[in-house]
Design a protein around this ligand. Structure first.
Ligand code: PLP
Length: 470
């Protein structure tokens, strides 16, 4: 029955035809109850991915109905399918759409495309978007895993409903209560909120302006002996999570040198790296830092990318890149939760990216970077003018946040939540980004994405008054 195992993303026309033949030869109950043909890929021997995943994740099986839907959508129009449970799009009220584009031709969704856009689609993403994204990741990061066999951790991509969905599903795939995991707090509150209920033990790795300090990580890891490593002790940290560029909230960006050192530690202690990089495309200086994905010799990096900061946050779309055996587990989870990211969203984005090509997309990124760099500089001018002597900060090299340490204030919570509002200025108190959010923090996070330079100036003037009063 081995020949029935098929990877739907990669299957050639011949493989698909054989697969269909096998399926048709089974009785319907046999086909629907059989899990043999929905096995997406085996776990490789080198990395032993099965060590990382939870029992729940390991127990996930593909839905035969979903697979039939995906198969149907890839079949020639001559196929008469009575199998699908999809609604008839002719009864839907939306017929066509034209979306004007700032730089480029309008995205036209004609009647046929609209029918597809309103219909169920494959859980990993629509094929044309997936292949665009895979090529893009290959060209941009040139990951060693791109040419590996699936079992060895071949680079795989899937579309997610924002990078938050990807992160949340990756955490649920990996974390059993009591597992040790590593991250550099203060960090993104959305990550902490997703992690806390899973009952893992979060170990904080010290960081500075240039991200995680490798020697500090080494020191933490020295708690595990060579025997622990050899025996794959359950207490070894399962993964390191980090936001390598323009970290939310600190604005930290990891240097290439540090990334290399951290990757070596990951190899030595056999943990995965979750590279949450929504601000990758908001790096203010070129060349952009090499990613963990680009150095992933083993297939131990899971990368989350987001379109939220560059195309739209409300369309809810991002993508996961990582070793196929793990990405396949996430796709199985998507099958039974959202089923797939909105087909309409994917078609809009895909049409735009096909039109722009990689060159046009990167030109768009240049315009976005230019905007945020100007905003950052305006915020630095306002900070210099009003907060000198009252607070400390450093210029972020990426992202949209300035992380400000208020001098002489041990906890900014009260200052912001009670007094700042009265003065009509709002920032996020640093506590929100601590592993333990009840621990005090003398920091505040200021975002330079939405305010005008004049508003930034006024806001910091008000903040300065507040600090002086405090
Ligand atoms: C570090 C980080 N990760 C993930 C996300 C979630 O982004 P998305 O809109 O792609 O779900 C955010 C959003 O602000 C973020 O700052």
């Amino acid at each position: 029955m081995d020949e029935l195992m098929i990877d739907l993303q990669k299957a050639t026309a011949m493989e698909m035809a054989n697969w269909r033949l096998h399926l048709w030869q089974m009785s319907i109950p046999e086909a629907l109850s059989s899990q043999r043909y929905v096995q997406l890929s085996a776990f490789p021997t080198d990395m032993n991915y099965s060590r990382f995943i939870t029992t729940v994740s390991a127990a996930r099986k593909g839905s035969p109905i979903r697979l039939l839907t995906e198969l149907m959508q890839r079949s020639p129009p001559s196929l008469i399918s009575l199998a699908g449970g999809a609604p008839n799009p002719n009864v839907f009220p939306f017929k066509k759409a034209t979306v004007a584009i700032g730089h480029g031709n309008a995205v036209e969704i004609g009647e046929d495309l609209m029918k597809r856009a309103l219909q169920y689609s494959a859980s990993a993403g629509i094929p044309e978007l997936l292949s665009w994204l895979k090529n893009f990741q290959r060209n941009l990061h040139n990951p060693p895993t791109a040419n590996y066999s699936p079992e060895r951790g071949q680079m795989e991509v899937c579309v997610t409903t924002g990078s938050q969905e990807g992160l949340c599903k990756v955490f649920e795939m990996l974390i059993n209560p009591g597992d040790n995991i590593l991250l550099d707090a203060p960090t993104y509150a959305g990550t902490l909120a997703a992690l806390r209920p899973l009952g893992c033990n979060i170990i904080n790795v010290p960081s500075d302006q240039h991200g995680i300090i490798p020697n500090a990580l080494k020191e933490i890891l020295s708690a595990w002996s060579p025997e622990d490593i050899k025996s794959h002790s359950h207490s070894l940290p399962k993964f390191l999570y980090t936001i390598p560029n323009g970290c939310n909230p600190t604005g930290n960006s990891l240097t290439a040198e540090r990334k290399k050192e951290i990757y070596q530690l990951a190899r030595k202690y056999d943990f995965l790296i979750i590279e949450d990089d929504p601000y990758y495309f908001l790096q203010f200086e070129k060349p952009w830092a090499p990613t963990f994905l680009s150095m992933d010799l083993d297939g131990r990096v899971i990368r989350t990318d987001s379109f939220s900061k560059i195309l739209s946050s409300g369309l809810r779309i991002g993508f996961l890149t990582g070793p196929k055996p793990l990405i396949d587990r996430v796709i199985l989870h998507i099958q039974v939760s959202t089923m797939h990211t909105s087909t309409f969203t994917q078609i809009m984005i895909s049409q735009l990216l096909q039109q722009w090509g990689e060159k046009g997309f990167l030109e768009h990124i240049d315009r976005v970077v230019e905007f945020y760099k100007t905003q950052r500089d305006a915020m630095l001018v306002a900070a210099d003018k009003w907060l000198k002597g009252l607070a400390e900060w450093y210029p972020p090299a990426a992202g949209m946040f300035l992380w400000i340490k208020i001098k002489g204030v041990s906890d900014t919570e009260q200052l912001i939540m009670e007094k700042a509002l009265q003065k009509e200025v709002l920032l996020v108190p640093g506590r929100a980004f601590n592993i333990n959010s009840s621990e005090p923090s003398s920091y505040v996070r200021a975002s330079f994405s939405l305010s005008s330079p004049a508003q930034m100036d006024l806001a910091f003037r008000r903040l300065a008054d507040l600090i002086k009063e405090a």
